[in-house]
Design a protein around this ligand. Structure first.
Ligand code: PLP
Length: 275
């Protein structure tokens, strides 16, 4: 809304549900060019952008595909003067970010930052001023930047908790250390999935998410039994998103390595009984 007006266009990468929603909403304002998509293989991989549009204002991507369990290894590169816009809602601060590569990052707080109801926006100074002026003031980035994010009454509790989470991140050793731990946690699970005969990972190697690890047995009844067994062992929330089924282990920053190890143990037991 801030950066696309009639007659202007932007490039979008389609990696699943959240990108599709972003594409559909952007189409209300200007021309949207889908320059890469992984829909052909049900969003199980991260596609490479090609034929970027020379006149595109920006290139939008969703860094982690929460539902399908894929994640960009590196940022895509926009063309010409276009800048990079990222929905980082489900992997923000899971590892160091080269912020200089981005024009705008937006991230709902509810995965890695704090309670739902707050969205963190990191935006380049010159873009704050470059946004549309003919949209409601409340929806212009400049309004929030000019008012130190207090133009209206902000969700103070959520912001306070986010501050505590940032301190926690620093105390842990910052994003380098968090990234190392996330790599380790994800490797524990993927290494097991790669060996096991009952459970199979759904995302292609090279596109696998550090945050949402999706897997199936291939038999929906068995999936349901596994989810139930795991929940009896205290491992809840393993049901895959309703649009894809199977299982999804969401191992965000706050999820402890011991929880991942426990999940692998429960999977091993279940595989022995049902494999
Ligand atoms: C990548 C991504 N974008 C957007 C959203 C939507 O967030 P909200 O429910 O806060 O609008 C989600 C929610 O899971 C998400 O994972």
């Amino acid at each position: 809304m801030n950066f696309l007006q009639a007659g202007q266009g932007a490039d979008y990468i389609n990696t699943g549900s959240w990108s599709k929603k972003a594409i559909a909403q952007a189409r209300r304002f200007g021309d949207v060019y889908v320059v890469a998509s992984s829909e052909d293989r049900n969003f199980t991989y991260v596609p490479t952008e090609s034929d970027l549009t020379p006149s595109a204002r920006y290139l939008h991507f969703t860094s982690n595909n929460t539902i399908f369990g894929t994640q960009f290894r590196d940022e895509p590169t926009p063309t010409g003067d276009a800048w990079l816009v990222c929905d980082a809602s489900s992997d923000i601060f899971c590892q160091p970010i080269d912020i200089s590569r981005y024009g705008l990052i937006y991230a709902g707080a509810q995965k890695n930052l704090g309670p739902s109801g707050v969205t963190l926006v990191i935006i380049r100074d010159d873009l704050v001023k470059a946004g549309a002026l003919d949209i409601p003031e409340m929806l212009q980035y400049r309004t929030h930047a000019d008012n130190d994010s207090c133009y209206n009454t902000p969700p103070t509790f959520g912001i306070y908790v986010m501050g505590l989470v940032f301190r926690w991140l620093l105390d842990q050793g910052g994003l380098e250390e968090i990234g190392r731990r996330n790599q380790e946690k994800a490797a524990t699970l993927y290494d097991y999935l790669d060996e096991d005969v009952l459970f199979k990972p759904t995302a292609e190697t090279g596109s696998r998410s550090l945050m949402n690890i999706t897997f199936v047995t291939g038999n929906p009844d068995l999936d349901a039994r596994f989810i139930e067994t795991a929940s009896r062992s205290g491992l809840s929330g393993l049901k895959g998103h309703r649009s894809v089924g199977g299982m999804r282990a969401s191992i965000y920053n706050a999820f402890p390595p011991a929880g991942v190890e426990k999940l692998v143990d429960v999977m091993k037991d279940f595989a022995q009984q049902h494999g």
